[in-house]
Design a protein around this ligand. Structure first.
Ligand code: LLP
Length: 419
C-alpha cells in the first residue's frame, strides 16, 4: 500500500483525510487521488535520474484529468499524448508545447495539424506510411515535424498479453532492423526532421531484464542511424514500469535508473521516458459502498455500487487490486466474491478473496486504482459516472462531478421519422 494510505484508530485515511469523510461529501463510487502521493512518485523518478539528461513525459492516458496534468506539468514533467484530445488537455493544463510528445499508432491529418501548429516537441511515428503522411501535412503548413521513429525491438514483456507491445506480431512500431533505411528516407523529406528513436515494449513490467534487452537493441540501432549520417540526438525509452498490485516489481526505480545510466553513458543522447502507471496507480483508490452482502450458503457475495463500468481492469485483464475495508476491519476472514451491480458475470473485482465480513452500507476501498481506472470507465448499464476527488494534505475537493444519467443521453438524438 502506498504510504499515503494508512489506518488511524482502525479507519482508513488518505494523507490527513479519513476516506469516510470523502464518501460523505462526494458520495460513492468515487475515485480518490492523492496529490502528495503523485508528487512523491514524480520526485522519486526525477531524483533517480539526477545527473542524466532525461525528460520525463507523463503518459496522459493513465489518468488524463486536468488537475493531475497540471500537478505534473508544474513539477517540470512533459506529457506523452496519443490523440488530439490529449494534446488539447496537456495544453489546457499548462504543459508547454516544447514538452509534448505525440505518440500513438495512428494519427489522422487533423491531429497532425494540431500538433504541428503548436510546434510540439516530438512526434513518435509508427510506420513508413505515417511518416510520409506527416511529411505531406507538415509541408502544406510550411513547417517540419520533429520525429522519433518507434522501433519494435522484438522483446516479449508486459504483465499481460493485452498490454504487451514490443513483440513482432504486435501492431506497434517498425522492425528495429529497418531503422536506418526509414530514417534515411525521413532525412530526405522536407517536412520531417528526424530527431531520435522510440520504443515502448509493454506495461506493468516487473523485471528489469526485458527493458535492458530492448534498450540495447535500440541503442545499437541509434548508433547505426548516426553512423549512416542522420544526426539523431534522442532516445525515447517509453514507459511500462510495473507497480505493486499483488506483488512488488523486483526492481526499484533506482535500479532502473542505474541500468539506463550504465547502458547509455557516453552516448550523448537526450533520453525521454513515458511512465503512466508508475506515477499514479498506487496513489488513488476507488471508494465504493456495499449495496448488499448476499450469502448463498456456499458463497459470500459482496455487491458494491462500483462495477466494471467504474473500473474495468479486473474484468478485462484479470487484474488484481487489493481490497480494504474503510472502517475497522473485523478479525475473521472468509473467501468473498467482490462484485459490481452490472448484469454480467465478468463484473467482478475479486474472486474468493479472504476478507473480513462487511455489510450493507459499509465502505470499501479498491486500491491501486489510479492508472487506467477513471479514464476507462463507461456509461454501460446507464449508471451515474464515478466522481473524482483530489486530496492534498488535509485539503480535498471534488475534481470530477458525478455524471448524471441525463448528461449521458444529452447528446443522443431520436430521429424525427421514428414518429
Ligand atoms: N508509452 C506508450 C507508447 C504506451 O503505449 C503506454 C501505455 C505508455 C507509454 C505508458 O505505459 P505505463 O507506464 O503506464 O505502463 N489499460 C492497461 C494499460 C495499457 C497501457 C497502454 N500503453 C491497464 O489497465 O493495465
Amino acid at each position: 500500500m502506498s504510504p499515503v494510505f494508512g489506518r488511524r484508530s482502525g479507519q482508513l485515511f488518505v494523507e490527513e483525510v479519513p476516506l469516510a469523510a470523502i464518501a460523505e461529501m462526494a458520495g460513492t463510487p468515487v475515485y480518490v487521488n492523492s496529490a502528495g502521493g503523485m508528487r512523491a512518485q514524480a520526485r522519486a523518478l526525477i531524483d533517480a535520474f539526477a545527473g542524466q539528461d532525461v525528460q520525463v513525459c507523463y503518459a496522459v492516458k493513465a489518468n488524463h484529468h486536468l488537475a493531475i496534468l497540471k500537478l505534473f506539468a508544474s513539477l517540470g514533467l512533459g506529457m506523452d499524448t496519443v490523440s488530439g484530445g490529449e494534446i488539447a488537455r496537456a495544453l489546457k493544463a499548462g504543459c508547454p508545447p516544447e514538452r509534448i510528445v505525440f505518440a500513438g499508432v495512428a494519427k489522422d491529418d487533423d491531429e497532425m495539424r494540431q500538433g504541428l501548429r503548436h510546434d510540439i516537441w516530438q512526434f513518435n511515428v509508427e510506420s513508413i506510411e505515417e511518416l510520409r503522411r506527416l511529411d505531406q501535412v507538415a509541408q502544406t503548413l510550411g513547417t517540419r515535424a520533429r520525429v522519433a521513429l518507434r522501433v519494435n525491438p522484438n522483446v516479449a514483456a508486459g504483465g499481460h498479453d493485452k498490454i504487451s507491445t514490443g513483440r513482432k506480431g504486435d501492431k506497434f512500431g517498425v522492425p528495429v532492423e529497418n531503422a536506418v533505411s526509414i530514417l534515411g528516407e525521413a532525412a530526405r523529406m522536407p517536412g520531417i526532421e528526424p530527431v531520435g528513436l522510440h520504443c515502448h515494449i509493454g506495461s506493468q513490467i516487473t523485471e528489469l531484464a526485458p527493458f535492458e534487452a530492448a534498450y540495447l537493441r535500440v541503442i545499437e540501432a541509434w548508433k547505426a542511424v548516426r553512423q549512416s549520417g542522420v544526426p539523431i540526438t534522442r532516445i525515447d525509452f517509453g514507459g511500462g514500469f510495473g507497480v505493486h498490485y499483488r506483488e512488488a516489481p523486483n526492481f526499484t526505480i533506482a535500479d532502473y535508473a542505474a541500468m539506463v545510466k550504465r547502458i547509455t553513458t557516453g552516448l550523448g543522447a537526450k533520453l525521454v521516458l513515458e511512465p503512466g502507471r508508475f506515477l499514479v496507480a498506487e496513489q488513488a483508490v476507488l471508494l465504493t459502498r456495499v449495496i448488499y452482502l448476499k450469502e448463498t450458503g456456499e458463497h459470500r457475495f459482496l455487491v458494491l455500487d462500483a462495477g466494471m463500468n467504474t473500473l474495468i481492469r479486473p474484468a478485462m485483464y484479470g487484474a488484481w487490486h487489493d481490497i480494504e475495508p474503510v472502517g475497522i476491519p473485523g478479525a475473521e476472514l472468509a473467501p468473498t466474491e467482490v462484485v459490481g451491480p452490472i448484469c454480467e458475470s465478468s463484473d467482478f473485482f475479486a474472486r474468493g478473496r479472504m476478507l473480513p465480513r462487511m455489510v450493507e452500507g459499509d465502505l470499501v476501498a479498491i486500491m491501486q486504482a489510479g492508472a487506467y481506472g477513471r479514464v476507462m470507465a463507461s456509461d454501460y448499464n446507464s449508471r451515474p459516472g464515478p466522481a473524482e476527488v483530489m486530496v492534498d494534505g488535509d485539503q480535498f475537493d471534488v475534481i470530477t462531478r458525478r455524471r448524471p444519467v441525463e448528461k449521458q443521453y444529452e447528446d443522443e438524438v431520436i430521429p424525427p421519422w421514428l414518429g
